[in-house]
Design a protein around this ligand. Structure first.
Ligand SMILES: [Fe+2]
Length: 167
């Protein structure tokens, strides 16, 4: 029988965050990933299906927003991997993990789309904000940094969309 090595095997993780904290943060980041992906898809859907006098403005605005969201899923998923966990990446998993609803099957009117997206960005902001205390307590600065970046984007985008609803 081979002697047990005192040094940790190459596949183990020893970054100064406990296994329990890594698991808790990775699980919560799975919620953030599912929310971000769902909001990405809804925004892209609305880019395709928006109609009415604001078509050009909203079609373009939604493109900027879905591109940003699409680029955001990767760093969230890769942070989960860096913490030693598998990143969720299926519609079935996202359906279970997301706090926001799927896009409606029938395209809503333009301003209702905007309302749905305001709700979506606010929901993702709440999901991200909930992870902060766990990440901070564990000394997980990279996650806290990622959350700060995501919060900035979601709160700013929610404000811009909300402004369209003001008469
Ligand atoms: Fe397009």
């Amino acid at each position: 029988m081979p002697k047990t090595s005192k040094s940790a095997p190459a596949s183990s993780i020893n970054i100064g965050i406990s296994e329990k904290d890594r698991a808790a943060i990775a699980t919560s980041l799975g919620n953030l990933l599912a929310d971000t992906y769902t909001l990405y898809l809804t925004t892209h859907n609305f880019h395709w299906n928006v109609t009415g006098p604001m078509f050009n403005t909203l079609h373009q605005m939604f493109m900027v927003q879905y591109t940003e969201l699409w680029n955001a899923v990767d760093p969230v998923a890769e942070r989960i991997r860096s913490l030693g966990h598998a990143a969720p990446g299926s519609y079935a998993q996202f359906g279970k993990l997301a706090s926001i609803k799927d896009a409606p099957a029938t395209p809503p009117k333009a301003l209702e789309m905007v309302r749905i997206l305001v709700d979506g960005h606010e929901s993702v902001a709440r999901t991200a904000r909930k992870i902060f205390p766990i990440a901070e307590k564990a000394g997980d600065e990279p996650t806290a940094d990622l959350l700060t970046q995501r919060l900035t984007v979601h709160e700013q985008t929610a404000w811009m969309l909300r402004s369209l609803l003001e008469a």
